[in-house]
Design a binder for this molecule. Structure first.
Ligand code: EPZ
Length: 420
């Protein structure tokens, strides 16, 4: 099986180009079928989840052309409303085609989505929103078949600020008569990027980025051009790698304002961060100290997706750092893997106490999800000696060219075949 081999123990120096955001381009690609036109999506990362989204679009009848980091999606020829289980199971974002298909076709035949194993990952809020807007369900889980003769906008008070449910409700609302108000909406920057794209398609979306979003349904929609926002989690990942290893790295294309919860912690741990004309510069001597407690929260709090990379960055930080994961029930699986590098981490349910150690040693590690994989690479880059990281398919779902990117800043990392 494919694996990444890492020989750690050296600083990172140079520039890293930040790509378009995975968690923005995926809802945007689903939204492309809401109009019978051609959409040009620029700054699209070359990652496995985008490949899955393209496969779903082509299955539905779209013509998709990819030229490097630009996708052209012609949705004029959408001729079906069903998505097979193998495509649905490839990622979490496949569930966003529920809202897009209801708006385009008035019907959707799906099954449960896939995605990282971070806990239960229910979709009750997505299904509830569809019903509230007028969809009728047929059959029972795991098949999700619903039709809607007519959908009428209404108020949708979300039980929790779910990113995906907010995005799905926005897409469903496009096909409704009247106005839909999403309350307790997620405020992540990717929601705002989706709203920008929908607005470019002719939609009227107000309040994205706040807790209350209104969408005026029934407006004619047309093809649009859009440049995907920079990936703040990819940027956070490389910041954590440079912070932990030490060095001087400039993230070209990073947006400092979108990274505040992460950069504040890294500054408190002893890093020097400085916005530049091209993005953001981080300097670290590699001898960090604990920044204090790290608690994940919905945006604008510290992002759960940066929790594992931040933990890896602080494995050698002097002092004890308490991590608390509040979003997902099972998002500390990187702890037992990082321990294989000699890390001193004690886990108590959704909390983990990381006591900094002077040295880490190499090991054979296995990624269990996307951000766990990134954290294992960050740990291996700090370790003295060789490490092997398995489960690279998880990493490839969300990181464009991570081996080449890290190699370009001095990391000794390469892909290899692992035979055990
Ligand atoms: C999105 O997942 C992101 N994925 C995740 O990134 C991210 O961790 C998460 O938002 C939180 O920021 C994409 O955008 C593709 P949620 P999503 O719905 O939408 C509960 C990564 O590493 N919930 O905001 O699935 C849920 O159980 C990935 O890039 C319900 O109870 O997350 C969780 O506890 C991982 N019912 C909480 O809400 C529902 O119907 C937040 O989940 C939906 C969610």
């Amino acid at each position: 099986m494919k694996a990444y081999r890492v020989n750690g123990g050296r600083p990172l120096e140079g520039t890293v180009a930040i790509h378009g955001a995975k968690n923005s381009v995926l809802p945007i690609l689903a939204a492309c079928i809401c109009c019978a036109g051609i959409c040009e999506i620029d700054n699209c990362p070359r990652i496995a989840d985008v490949d899955t989204a393209i496969a779903i679009l082509e299955h539905l009848g779209c013509r998709v052309v990819r030229q490097d980091h630009r996708l052209t999606v012609d949705a004029a020829t959408v001729d079906r409303c069903d998505i097979p289980g193998d495509l649905m199971g490839g990622m979490r974002s496949s569930i966003l085609f529920l809202g897009a298909l209801l708006t385009r076709c008035g019907r959707a035949e799906l099954s449960l989505p896939g995605g990282c194993a971070l806990g239960r990952r229910p979709i009750d809020l997505h299904l509830w929103a569809a019903e509230e807007l007028g969809a009728c369900w047929e059959g029972c889980s795991p098949s999700l078949r619903c039709t809607c003769r007519s959908m009428a906008g209404c108020c949708l008070p979300l039980r929790c600020p779910s990113v995906g449910a907010t995005e799905n409700a926005m897409l469903m609302a496009l096909g409704c008569r009247g106005v839909t108000t999403i309350e307790n909406a997620a405020r992540e920057p990717e929601i705002t990027d989706l709203a920008r794209f929908l607005t470019a398609m002719g939609a009227k979306v107000v309040g994205a980025g706040t807790g209350t979003i209104t969408v005026e349904g029934g407006r004619p929609l047309h093809g649009a051009c859009h440049k995907v926002m920079a990936d703040r989690i990819e940027a956070a990942t490389y910041l954590c790698a440079a912070a932990g290893c030490g060095g001087l790295v400039e993230l070209v294309g990073a947006v400092p304002d979108a990274l505040t919860p992460v950069t504040e912690l890294l500054e408190r741990s002893g890093c020097i961060l400085q916005p530049t004309e091209r993005g953001l510069l981080l300097q670290s001597d590699g001898r960090l100290h604990t920044p204090g407690p790290v608690v994940t929260r919905p945006h604008p709090g510290f992002p759960t997706d940066a929790q594992a990379p931040m933990m890896a960055a602080l494995l050698r930080a002097v002092g004890i750092t308490e991590f608390t994961e509040t979003i997902f029930e099972n998002r500390l699986r990187h702890v037992e893997q990082l321990r294989l590098l000699g890390a001193d981490i004690r886990q108590y349910g959704s909390r983990a106490l990381v006591r900094g150690v002077a040295h880490l040693h190499g090991g054979i590690l296995e990624a269990t999800d996307l951000r766990c994989g990134a954290a294992l690479l960050i740990g291996a880059l700090q370790a003295e000696g060789d490490s092997t990281v398995l489960g690279v398919h998880h990493i490839r779902r969300g990181y464009d060219n991570i081996v080449e990117t890290l190699s370009a800043v001095g990391a000794r990392i390469w892909e290899t075949d692992y035979t055990g």
